[in-house]
Design a protein around this ligand. Structure first.
Ligand code: ATP
Ligand code: ATP
Ligand code: MG
Ligand code: MG
Lengths: 249, 249
C-alpha cells in the first residue's frame, strides 16, 4: 500500500489544504505518482489543482456513496499539475456525506473505495475538512498516517487533544494500520514571542520528536501559488525556503 | 426580539469567533445585555468567555436536543466577562448534532430553544462552526441577521457563494425574518496588494454597500485577548484601533 496520509485538524484555517498541496508539490518535483483525495466540501485542493469542483463529475462523495471496493478507480482524474498528480475531486455534497452515519460501513466507505487504487501511487494525500465528523473518520480509516497541522495559537493548541482522541478511536475501531505521522506547525510568523511560547507548549504536550522540523513559515507566496493554481515548487528560487520545508518531509 | 446575529462562514479560520467576541466586547463596553450562543464543537468562544467547555454542563447541544420552546432559558450561564454577558456554551457533542437531520424540526430546534430567551437581551450573537450543515442552518433559522466573515484571500472569496445560497435557503424554508446583516473583512494585512485586489473583487461580487466599514485589521493583540480570555475593549488605548472597528458595528 502506498504511503496514505490524512491531513487533518478540526480547527479551521490552520493550513490543511496548504500542507496537502505543499506535499503534493514536493512529490510533483520528484516525479512521484501522487493521488490527492479532497474530502472537504469547500474543495479548495480540487480548485488549486486545476480542476473545477462540480456536482456533475465523479468525486469523493460518489466514491463513498458507492460503498464498493475499488469504486474510486473509475472516479479519479488527472490534475492540472501534470500526469504524475491525480485527484479524487471534492464537492459541496460532502456536507451531506457527514450525515450518513447510519449507512452500512459508514466509517470505512472511503477505505473501501480506495482499495486497490492506492497501489498505483507512490503517495496518497487526503485533505480533510475542519471537522471531526464522519468524513474525517473515513479519511483516517483509509490512511496509514495521520498528519496534524497546527497553527501556534491558543485556539490551535486547545484543539489538539480532540483530534488525537479521534485518531486513537479510529485505530481501535477501524484501522490498526493507522499511525500518527506527525504534527506540523504552519503559519509560523517571523518574529512572535507568543508563537514561540505556543511552539514550546506544543513540544511539552506531544513530545518534540512528533513535531516535523522545519515548520512552515508564514509567506505571502503561498497564497499566490494557491491563486495561480500552481505547485509551490514551480516558483523556483523565490520559494526555496517553503519548498525546502516541504521537501524535508 | 433582540437583534440576533449569526456569525458564519464555511471557510475555516477566517475569524468567526474573533468577530463574535469583538462584537460581544463592544456590547460589554456599553453595558448592553448580550447572549453569546456557541454553536461550534471546538467551543473557542465558550473558553475565551471564561467558561470551561464540558459535556457535563448544559449547553447549545442540549438546548437543541430538548426540542422545546424556551429550553435554552434554563441552560444559559453568566460568562467570565461580568453580568452583562451571558453564554449558551458549546461542547464537543455539537459534532453529533450535525447528524440529527432526520429528527423532528431538525432545522429549527435552536430557534425553538431560544424562543422567549432572546427577549431578555439587547444583543444575541451566534458563533457558527466552519460548516454549512445542520448546526449552521439552525443558527440562521434562529437569527434575524447573518454576518459573513471573510478573509481577503482566493479561498476566502471562493467560499462566499455557497454561504449566501444557504442564507437564501433558510430564509425561504424556515425564517422569513432573516436578512444579510453584512459582510465583514477580517485579518486584513497592513500592506498587501493581493488583499487589496481581493477586497476590490469582493465589492464587485456583493456590492460595496453590503461590506462593513471599517474592516478588522490583522493585529497580534487579538490573539493575546483570546489567550487572556478578556474583552478586547479591556485593553484600553492599546486596542483602540480594533475596538473602534468593532464599535462602529
Ligand atoms: N504558511 C502559510 N503562509 C501564508 N499563508 C498561509 C500559510 N498557510 C496557509 N495560508 C493561508 O491561510 C489560509 C488558510 O489556509 P488553508 O486554507 O490551507 O487552511 P485549511 O486548514 O485547509 O482551512 P479549512 O479549515 O477551511 O479547510 C489560506 O488563505 C492559505 O493561503
Ligand atoms: N484580525 C485578526 N488579527 C489577528 N489574529 C486574528 C484576527 N482574526 C482572527 N485571528 C486569529 O486567527 C485565528 C482564527 O480566528 P478564529 O478562530 O476567530 O476563526 P474562526 O473562523 O472562528 O475559526 P474556525 O473556523 O476554526 O471556527 C485565531 O488564532 C485568531 O486569534
Ligand atoms: Mg482546507
Ligand atoms: Mg470559531
Amino acid at each position: 500500500m502506498a504511503s496514505t496520509i490524512a491531513v487533518l485538524n478540526q480547527k479551521g484555517g490552520v493550513g490543511k489544504t496548504t500542507v496537502t498541496l505543499g506535499l503534493a508539490s514536493a512529490a510533483w518535483a520528484r516525479g512521484l505518482r501522487t493521488l490527492v483525495v479532497d474530502l472537504d466540501a469547500q474543495a479548495n485542493a480540487t480548485w488549486s489543482l486545476g480542476v473545477s469542483p462540480s456536482l456533475d463529475t465523479w468525486g469523493t462523495s460518489d466514491a463513498m456513496l458507492a460503498n464498493k471496493a475499488g469504486a474510486a478507480g473509475s472516479m479519479i482524474a488527472p490534475s492540472g499539475w501534470g500526469e504524475s498528480i491525480w485527484l479524487l475531486p471534492g464537492s459541496s455534497d460532502l456536507t451531506i456525506r457527514e450525515t450518513d452515519v447510519k449507512r452500512a460501513d459508514a466509517q470505512i466507505r472511503l477505505a473501501k473505495a480506495l482499495t486497490g487504487v492506492t497501489d498505483q501511487f507512490d503517495l496518497v494525500l487526503i485533505d480533510c475538512g475542519p471537522s471531526l465528523g464522519l468524513n474525517t473518520t473515513n479519511g483516517l480509516a483509509a490512511a496509514n498516517g495521520a498528519l496534524l497541522v497546527v497553527e501556534p495559537t491558543v485556539f490551535g493548541l486547545r484543539g489538539i487533544d480532540p483530534v488525537l482522541d479521534l485518531v486513537e478511536n479510529v485505530w481501535e475501531q477501524h484501522n490498526r494500520g493507522l499511525e500518527l505521522a506527525g504534527i506540523v506547525l504552519n503559519r509560523v510568523p517571523g518574529v512572535s514571542s507568543d508563537a514561540e511560547k505556543r511552539a514550546a507548549q506544543l513540544a511539552k504536550m506531544v513530545g518534540a520528536k512528533a513535531i516535523w522540523k522545519p515548520s512552515i513559515p508564514l509567506r505571502v507566496l503561498i497564497n499566490e501559488a494557491h491563486a495561480e493554481r500552481s505547485p509551490i515548487h514551480s516558483y523556483g528560487q523565490r520559494a526555496s525556503e517553503i519548498s525546502n520545508a516541504f521537501d524535508r518531509h
